[in-house]
Ligand binder design. Structure first.
Ligand SMILES: *[C@@H]1O[C@H](CO)[C@@H](O)[C@H](O)[C@H]1NC(C)=O
Length: 436
């Protein structure tokens, strides 16, 4: 009996040892000088996405100065990442000048299964801005890397689909299993808005309107992300009552198993569309207003059918980052991420969460220390065995993750913005090669 118990303990120790995450190499690249001024336009948590891998290439979307203060171009970079990592190549879209100094007006990028690269940018309650490559340049890699591949001017609707197209904010792209691309955005305003989904067909090259799926009741949902994994579409969010972030409240979740057409509660029971804050069964945790929830923090799904979210609040009296876990059968739990970071000041930079198999990675800005910290936890440790995987210094922004690359190569590739004055402050990509 004792021997069996000893063997069991030994096996358990081996199991947790095997499951530990480690970083085997770290490298970074300066992508550009960040733009001038106190407003951040590169590296905001709701950019889905700025750094994307598709097949053997990685793509990065960023703003850099065009000419003089407050004038920016959308830029697109690419590099080969497999079988070996090549040099970055960049070009600027010189036919569109971005001038609104507003932290909402970021860039989002998506790549559809046909290899077309889709970009949407420069929104805060304005008509849609959208452009797409004229062919599948992420599949048939052109030797020349230039704006030529994107044909005509910026469009203000999605070809084939129907509006509304304004007032639009927070475009997000997510590719689904068959290679089609979903686009999600808010129509309306902070404190009074709805969320819509459109679908690009990789077969026809046209968009269609899937419809309004979240509807405000004189308030609006702020989604943590829009995540497709293994035929399931996961959305979690908080609701805000007014433009004041202190009115954020509660944690909500809904699931779609038909790419956003119809929606379900976490227990699998269908709900009417559009979902409103009073739809039964979608509020998972009650968190009152004035709890320092920062909207649009982070979420991901793993290949084992679990869903994870990262959202902070002060419900315990101290602001903390929390890990929300949904099991494949729909049960939620919420645990503080107990790691050595400063108590996040109200409205301080948002983090990210990412998964690879049974491993979970939290990327948490430590704003008082101007760092971005990286932590790993495992399913074997109930996702509470957080260990430090690295720290990036001189950071002043919100890190973004290349989820495709993590899934494909086990490389955690991050898009980050440095601190410091204009001229020295860089936008960077950091690669952490992981071993599990
Ligand atoms: C990034 O830029 C800084 C400042 O110009 C420079 O010192 C550093 O060597 C650069 N790093 C890389 C990897 O190019």
């Amino acid at each position: 009996m004792t021997t069996i118990r000893a063997l069991f303990v030994f096996a358990t120790l081996c199991f947790s040892f095997v499951q530990a995450i480690s970083v085997t190499s770290t490298k970074y690249w300066n992508i550009t000088n960040d733009v001038e001024g106190s407003v951040r336009l590169n590296g905001l948590a709701f950019q889905q996405n700025a750094l994307v891998t598709f097949e053997n290439y990685q793509y990065v979307a960023f703003y850099s100065t065009a000419t003089g203060y407050g004038k920016h171009y959308v830029n697109l970079g690419r590099r080969r990442i497999s079988p070996s990592v090549g040099d970055w190549q960049y070009f600027a879209f010189t036919d569109y000048l971005q001038t609104t100094l507003d932290e909402h007006n970021t860039i989002s990028m998506g790549i559809s299964g046909d290899g077309k690269i889709h970009l949407s940018f420069d929104h805060h309650d304005v008509p849609l801005n959208y452009r797409v490559s004229t062919s599948g340049i992420a599949k048939s890699i052109p030797s020349e890397w230039s704006q030529q591949s994107f044909g005509g001017a910026v469009q203000h609707s999605l070809p084939g689909s129907t509006g509304p197209w304004t007032p639009l904010t927070y475009p997000r792209f997510e590719r689904i299993a068959n290679g089609d691309l979903l686009m999600e955005f808010r129509i309306g305003q902070s404190g009074a808005g709805d969320s819509w989904i459109h679908r690009y067909s990789s077969t026809s090259g046209l968009w269609s309107n899937v419809g309004k799926y979240l509807q405000g009741q004189d308030n609006n949902a702020y989604v943590n992300g829009f995540t497709a994994q293994d035929g399931k579409l996961h959305v979690s969010w908080t609701v805000r009552e007014t433009p004041d972030a202190s009115t954020n409240h509660d944690f909500y979740y809904a699931l779609s198993e038909d790419d956003g057409r119809t929606w379900k509660q976490t227990n699998g029971q269908g709900v009417a569309k559009p979902i409103t804050p009073s739809t039964a069964g979608i509020k998972i945790y009650t968190i009152p207003q004035n709890s320092e929830i920062i909207n649009q923090e982070a979420q991901c799904a793993d290949s084992k059918g679990r869903f994870h979210a990262l959202m902070r609040d002060k419900s315990s009296g101290t602001a903390k980052f929390y890990h929300y876990l949904r099991t494949p059968t729909g049960t939620f739990s919420k645990n503080p991420i107990n790691v050595a970071v400063s108590t996040p000041p109200y409205l301080a930079y948002r983090g990210k969460i990412a998964a690879s198999g049974d491993n979970l990675i939290a990327i948490i800005p430590d704003a008082p220390k101007s760092t971005v910290t990286i932590w790993g936890a495992t399913a074997g440790g109930n996702f509470q065995d957080w260990k430090s995987l690295g720290t990036i210094g001189n950071m002043a922004g919100e890190p973004l993750v290349d989820y495709d690359r993590l899934a494909r190569n086990n490389v955690l590739s991050l898009f980050v913005r440095q601190g410091g004055p204009f001229g020295t402050r860089k936008v960077q990509v950091w690669d952490f090669e992981l071993a599990f």
